[in-house]
Design a protein around this ligand. Structure first.
Ligand code: PLP
Length: 391
C-alpha cells in the first residue's frame, strides 16, 4: 500500500455519481431505468450559447486566458448581478472557475484547517462536509428540518458559532431538499453575524433563479454589510443547462479574490476559453430559455409532489426551489439506503438516499424532477407497484 496523506482518507464522495454508474450498468444489461437521481437539467444548452462557443473556437481562442477569467466575462457577470439583483460588484471581485464546486473547494481550503470549525447544511450538498473534513476542519452541521420547510433558524445557526468558527456555508434554494430560506431568517442571520466579524460566509446560490409559487430568492449579495466576508457561489451549470461545460464563478471579498486567483493558478490555470465565451452569450443573450425551463420545472414539481404523496408510507412537502423533491419515507418502515437500492433494482428507478446528504437525511429520498412528466408518472407507478409486493 502506498502511504497516502491522511487527508485523503477524509475525502467523501457524491453518491449521485455512484447511482448513475449502477443505473448505466443496468441499462447496459437491457433494463429500462428512469433516472430521477441525477441533479442536472434535462434540457439542452440553448443554441445561441453553443454557437458562441463554436465561434470562439473558430476565431482562434485556443490559448490560456487570465486565471480569474476573461475580462469580458467578468464584466458580463458584474452587469448581470446589477440587472438581476441591483447590486454593484466590481469585476475584479469575480473569479471564474470550472464549475461551482471549485469555488466551494477554494473557500473551504482558504478557511479550514485543524482546530477550526465550519458550519454547513445537513442534509446538504455532500461535497461541503467532504471538503471540510479534507481541510482538517471540524464540520458542524446546521440541521435543516422538514417542519421548517428545510430552512434553518438563524438563532440556531448563530448559537453554533464558537471562537473556532471560520466559515458558515448556506445554500438556498437547496440541494437536496428544495428548501428556500425566508427573508426574515436571512435578515436575522445577517444581523446576528454583526457580533461575529471574523466569520466568513459562503452562500451557494447556484439554484438562485429557480424558485416557485412566487417565493423570493434572497441573495446575500443584497447585504452590503457582508461585502468584506461574503463568498457568493454561482454559475451556469443549472441556470443555463450547462453542467458539462464546467463553468462557474464566485464574487469574493476584494481581499480574497487574489487568493482565489492564486488557487486557480495552482490548480487549473484557467477555464477553457470557449466555455467562457459561451458564458458571456448566456448572460447577455435572451433569457427566455431560462424562464421556459423554470416554468417546465414548476409544472413537474406539482406532478411529482402529488404523485409522491400517493405512495403509501411517503409524505412530501412542497419544495420551494431547485428541482428536487425530498419525501419523508419513514412510513414505509424501510431505511433510506435500502429503499434507494430496492427502487433501482426492483422498480428500475434511480433516486438518491437522503443519507448521501448527511446523517440528518435518514428517512428521506431525493428525487430530481429534471425529467419528463411522463417519466415521473411512470417512475412513481413502478415504485408503488414494487412497494406493494413483498421485498
Ligand atoms: N452547489 C450545489 C448546491 C449543487 O447542487 C451543485 C451541483 O449539483 C453545485 C454547487 C455544483 O455545481 P457545478 O456543476 O457548477 O460544479
Amino acid at each position: 500500500m502506498l502511504p497516502l496523506a491522511d487527508r485523503m482518507t477524509q475525502l467523501g464522495t457524491e453518491t449521485a455519481f455512484e447511482v448513475l454508474a449502477r443505473a448505466q450498468a443496468l441499462q447496459a444489461q437491457g433494463r429500462d431505468i428512469i433516472n430521477l437521481g441525477i441533479g442536472q437539467p434535462d434540457f439542452r444548452t440553448p443554441e445561441h450559447i453553443v454557437e458562441a462557443a463554436a465561434k470562439a473556437l473558430h476565431d482562434g481562442h485556443h490559448g490560456y486566458t487570465a486565471a480569474n477569467g476573461i475580462p469580458a466575462l467578468r464584466g458580463a457577470v458584474s452587469a448581470d448581478l446589477k440587472r438581476r439583483l441591483g447590486v454593484e460588484v466590481h469585476p475584479d471581485r469575480v473569479v471564474v472557475v470550472p464549475g461551482g464546486k471549485v469555488t466551494m473547494f477554494f473557500a473551504i481550503m482558504m478557511f479550514g484547517q485543524a482546530g477550526t470549525e465550519i458550519l454547513y447544511p445537513n442534509p446538504g450538498f455532500p461535497i461541503y462536509e467532504s471538503v471540510i473534513r479534507h481541510s482538517g476542519a471540524t464540520p458542524v452541521p446546521i440541521h435543516l428540518r422538514e417542519e421548517n420547510g428545510f430552512s434553518f433558524s438563524a438563532e440556531e445557526v448563530l448559537a453554533k458559532i464558537t471562537p473556532k468558527t471560520r466559515l458558515i456555508i448556506i445554500n438556498s434554494p437547496a440541494n437536496p431538499t428544495g428548501g428556500v430560506v425566508p427573508k426574515a431568517e436571512i435578515d436575522a442571520l445577517v444581523k446576528g453575524l454583526a457580533r461575529h466579524p471574523t466569520v466568513a460566509i459562503m452562500s451557494d446560490e447556484i439554484y438562485g433563479q429557480m424558485t416557485y409559487d412566487g417565493r423570493e430568492h434572497v441573495s446575500l449579495l443584497n447585504y452590503p454589510e457582508l461585502a468584506d466576508r461574503l463568498i457568493l457561489l454561482d454559475g451556469w451549470s443549472k441556470t443555463y443547462a450547462m453542467t458539462g461545460w464546467r463553468l462557474g464563478y464566485a464574487v469574493w471579498p476584494t481581499a480574497l479574490a487574489e487568493h482565489a486567483t492564486r488557487l486557480a493558478i495552482n490548480c487549473h490555470s484557467c477555464v477553457n476559453a470557449s466555455a467562457q465565451y459561451a458564458g458571456i452569450a448566456a448572460l447577455e443573450g435572451p433569457q427566455e430559455p431560462v424562464r421556459e425551463m423554470v416554468a417546465a420545472f414548476a409544472g413537474r414539481r406539482r406532478v411529482i409532489v402529488d404523485e409522491l404523496n400517493s405512495i403509501p408510507g411517503f409524505s412530501c412537502i412542497e419544495p420551494g426551489g431547485a428541482f428536487y423533491a425530498f419525501p419523508n419515507i419513514t412510513g414505509t418502515g424501510i431505511d433510506s439506503r435500502t429503499l434507494q437500492a430496492r427502487l433501482l433494482e426492483e422498480a428500475g428507478v434511480a433516486v438518491i438516499s437522503g443519507t448521501s446528504f448527511g446523517e440528518f437525511g435518514e428517512g428521506y429520498l431525493r428525487f430530481s424532477y429534471a425529467n419528463s412528466t411522463e417519466n415521473i408518472r411512470t417512475a412513481i407507478a413502478r415504485i408503488r407497484e414494487a412497494l406493494a409486493s413483498p421485498a
